[in-house]
Design a protein around this ligand. Structure first.
Ligand SMILES: Nc1nc2c(c(=O)[nH]1)N[C@H]1C(S)=C(S)[C@@H](COP(=O)(O)O)O[C@H]1N2
Ligand SMILES: [Mo]
Length: 562
């Protein structure tokens, strides 16, 4: 009996929460009110111990790799889905607990007579449970939301919908679990009793159908309409940004690559040397990328400075000389052979130039950078002073930074993994105290220098080269060692001798290097392996090590039946 009540409670709690989710989503799209499921998810991932979050992300990435899904695209969809499922699960758990608790407070056999009014305590119980769930969520949402509504309105909204939710849960309890007390006279009659339970069953069924249908309608309508609005809003933002942004007719089209005439050409099937921006990998904390309207954006540079500044997008474009740099960016959480690595042209201004204008006070040691999505990092001023290339970047591939990649401003630090390089910068404070960055706090490497790595992209059996009587199969891929360059790439087949590959000159000293190796063809099952040496003469580590905490190491290999 108790189990049944619990199951009813879970079903009702879950169904009602699904409808509530849809209503929240619609209000979010329509009025910019907070979408609590994402807020909760983002908050949970922010406060959970870093190890656990990383474990979760790793498990998710492993699952996706196992399923052959595109990690970059699928990860966020999976996150959004789990945010919503988590939320509905909370509804189910609360519903179950609520039903069981309510039932426990009625003595067994105690039943309500048809005309009996509910006790005031019973009626308020639904509101109490609504408030118990709603109030903490209200706090979390206020702490984390990126919604653009007045906090007061958001708070009232969140609390109200949860009160309604609690009320509905209580109503469901009344209709499903509470059974009207039979007339005293009829109680003795077995025939009437059977009748009565048929009536009760019919009532219940009717109620279930009604509730199921209305929650389904609300859920589908809310989610559907919300999605239409979301698309429209995305288009509007796209247009708003398009107005504010400079645009090349064809991305990458007007760039004449410095290595265009290099005789070492990529083997067909090698990833593009210059990543189309739309294919550039993306990593961000929140379930949604952060949207900043560049027209109102003002960047304060404050703290231990002589002249604090408030900078606009235009300031970055005009006030200092711009620099272009071909950059390969990679993510520390990538495995050997990861796709979380891409190359494009970065444009910006040297951080040194900007700091020269604000002027540093005695004792200034770090930049503390904060971002629109709650991310933060600390950059050592010694590092900045030692490398003019460190830039505040406002354009990729000749266009303003795409919004997913940090519009309007991000920093570039050569030789470091992406985790050290904030996007969507909203604040810069010059300080004398070191504070750990977002991922450093979560136990990732404090320096996060890029590990030397090499990858086989293709064994191009369909592009066999006839060389006299010998047939050769071109094998190709990339090698990357941050800002240290690549001096050597070697390939071996079936554990044989390491053979030197040819290196194509890179787009710059801070990009990956494309290599190719022409392998004398032999039929059979083969194991191909690659390794490389950085420009400073350090060979890549062949020891298989996990991405955490300092970036993966080990040999990339490829097996094929030829
Ligand atoms: N504000 C902010 N900056 C950020 C991040 C983030 O989540 N928020 N992620 C970092 C990480 S872990 C990586 S790998 C790079 C990814 O940059 P991309 O998405 O433009 O490729 O951004 C870095 N900068
Ligand atoms: Mo990353």
């Amino acid at each position: 009996m108790k189990l049944r009540i619990m199951a009813w409670g879970a079903l009702m709690g879950g169904l009602l929460m699904a409808a509530l989710t849809a209503v929240l989503y619609l209000a979010n799209q329509l009025l910019g009110l907070p979408f609590v499921p994402y807020d909760l998810f983002n908050w949970v991932t922010r406060i959970l111990p870093g190890d656990l979050v990383t474990f979760g992300i790793d498990a998710m990435i492993d699952t996706m790799l196992f399923l052959g899904l595109d990690v970059a695209d699928t990860a966020k969809t999976a996150e959004r889905a789990s945010a919503i499922l988590q939320f509905i699960a909370i509804g189910a758990v609360v519903g179950a607990v609520y039903f069981v608790t309510m039932a426990a407070h009625r003595s067994p056999g105690e039943r309500r007579s048809p005309g009996e009014r509910r006790s005031p305590g019973e009626r308020t119980a639904g509101l109490v449970v609504g408030a118990l769930v709603g109030l903490p969520l209200m706090g979390i949402s206020l702490a984390i939301t990126t919604a653009d509504r007045l906090p007061m309105l958001s708070l009232v909204w969140i609390l109200s919908v949860f009160l309604v939710w609690g009320g509905a849960l209580n109503l469901a309890y009344g209709r499903l679990v509470m059974i009207p007390k039979p007339e005293a006279a009829a109680e003795s009659s077995a025939a009437d009793g059977a009748d009565r339970s048929a009536v009760i069953r019919r009532d219940r069924r009717q109620f279930l159908i009604q509730l199921g249908a209305s929650t389904a309608v609300i859920t589908v309508a809310g989610a559907g309409l919300g999605t239409v609005l979301a698309r429209r809003e995305a288009r509007r933002r796209e247009e708003e940004l398009a107005d504010a942004m400079t645009h090349n007719a064809e991305p990458g089209a007007d760039i004449s690559f410095p290595n265009a005439n290099d005789p070492v050409v990529p083997v067909p099937g090698t990833r593009p040397e210059y990543t189309p921006v739309k294919d550039h990998y993306k990593v961000f904390l929140q379930t949604e990328p952060t949207y900043i309207n560049g027209a109102d954006w003002l960047l304060p540079i404050t703290g231990l400075v002589i002249q604090p500044l408030m900078l606009t997008v235009e300031d970055f474009r005009q006030r200092w000389p711009s620099v272009d740099q071909y950059v390969t960016l990679s993510c520390i959480s990538g495995r050997i052979g990861t796709t979380l690595i891409s190359t494009t042209q970065w444009t910006g201004v040297s951080v040194q130039d900007v700091l020269a204008d604000v002027g540093l006070q005695e004792g200034a040691r770090y930049l503390h950078i904060t971002c629109g999505d709650g991310f933060y990092e600390t950059v050592d001023l010694d590092l900045i002073m030692a490398d003019r290339r460190i830039m505040f970047c406002y354009a990729w591939d000749g266009n303003d930074l795409p919004k997913d990649h940090g519009y309007p401003l991000r920093i570039w630090i050569p030789d470091r993994y992406g985790m050290k390089q904030p996007k969507w910068i909203t604040g810069i404070e010059v300080t004398d105290v070191y504070t750990e960055g977002y991922w450093v706090e979560r136990n990732w490497d404090e320096v996060a220098q890029v590990r030397t790595t090499s990858v086989i992209d293709t064994v191009a059996i369909d592009h066999m080269i006839q060389d006299g009587s010998q047939r050769r199969v071109p094998i190709g891929g990339i090698a990357f060692a941050g800002a240290r360059g690549i001096s050597r790439v070697q390939v071996r087949v079936n554990g044989g001798e390491w053979q030197d590959a040819q290196l194509r000159s890179p787009l710059s000293e801070t990009t990956w290097v494309i290599w190719r190796y022409e392998w004398p063809f032999a039929e059979g099952h083969h194991l191909f392996e690659v390794r490389c040496t950085a420009g400073d003469g350090m060979p890549q580590s062949e020891e298989k090590r996990d991405n955490r905490p300092s970036g993966a190491t080990g040999i990339h290999s490829h097996e094929a039946d030829l």
